[in-house]
Design a protein around this ligand. Structure first.
Ligand code: ADP
Ligand code: 5GP
Length: 207
């Protein structure tokens, strides 16, 4: 498999989907990995766009038949990244952004070491709660559960490569865009280009 993976995580309401949507519009050559979930769709969500919505039984069958690169139970529902979704993007030659929780990020990093992990934080817990309410897509119980787990989830940020504090949205988008573009310029990711343009091979210089 080729194509760089960029994992984005953060507590529910931190702004991950908003940032990811902007990145897909602004950055060339990048696709989004649409996860499978057993959670019910929110009013504005579309099957095959936001998620592949499946029932719990189907999700468990997919686990048994080894269809997921990673999966996890988050807020009482199953979520997972299927090999087929990921391959679809990579076959098009795209780098891929994945919005997965911290368990998923850890599992992906274990299997694909050079995955870049980015964590999105809200400016405060108060702002996070306000955003969840303002989004208007989850009922009170759901918001309560998500706020209860927010602190534990946020502490996982220390395992990531990059931290984005999403206070001003435009600034957060620009910083995340800068990370992706810088990562693409890494020497290790430019070896084919160096060979093609100047016949330089990595690790062959002796003086
Ligand atoms: P997540 O995907 O992390 O659960 P969303 O992207 O759905 O979060 O964002 C939650 C809500 O907060 C949405 O209504 C979104 O428009 C809003 N939001 C996102 N970023 C900001 C920001 N920087 N300032 C204010 N509101 C924001
Ligand atoms: P939501 O229900 O708000 O869309 O997402 C809930 C949580 O599930 C978020 O933390 C999100 O990052 C995570 N999530 C979404 N898709 C996946 C996935 O494929 N795998 C894992 N491990 N987590 C996911």
């Amino acid at each position: 498999m080729s194509g760089q993976l960029f994992v984005i995580s953060g507590a529910s309401g931190a702004g991950k989907s908003t940032i990811v949507k902007a990145l897909i519009d602004r950055i060339k050559g990048i696709g989004y990995s649409i996860s499978h979930t057993s959670r019910k769709p929110r009013d504005s969500e579309k099957d095959g766009v936001d998620y592949h919505f499946v029932d719990t039984e189907r999700f468990k069958t997919m686990i048994k038949s080894g269809e997921f690169l990673e999966w996890a139970q988050v807020y009482q529902a199953f979520y997972g990244t299927s090999y087929s979704t990921l391959d679809e993007q990579r076959k098009k030659g795209l780098d891929v952004i994945l919005d997965v929780d911290s368990q998923g990020a850890g599992n992906i990093r274990e299997q694909l070491e050079n995955t870049v992990l980015i964590y999105v934080l809200p400016p405060s817990l108060e702002a996070l709660e306000k955003r969840l309410r303002h989004r208007g897509m989850d009922d009170e119980n759901v918001i309560k559960t998500r706020m209860e787990t927010a602190v534990d989830e946020i502490e996982m940020c220390v395992k990531y490569d990059y931290i984005i504090i999403n206070d001003d949205l435009e600034e957060a988008i620009e910083k995340t865009q800068a990370i992706i573009i810088s990562e693409r310029c890494r020497l290790s990711r430019q070896s084919a280009k160096l060979k093609e343009l100047f016949n330089i091979s990595l690790g062959t210089r002796t003086k």
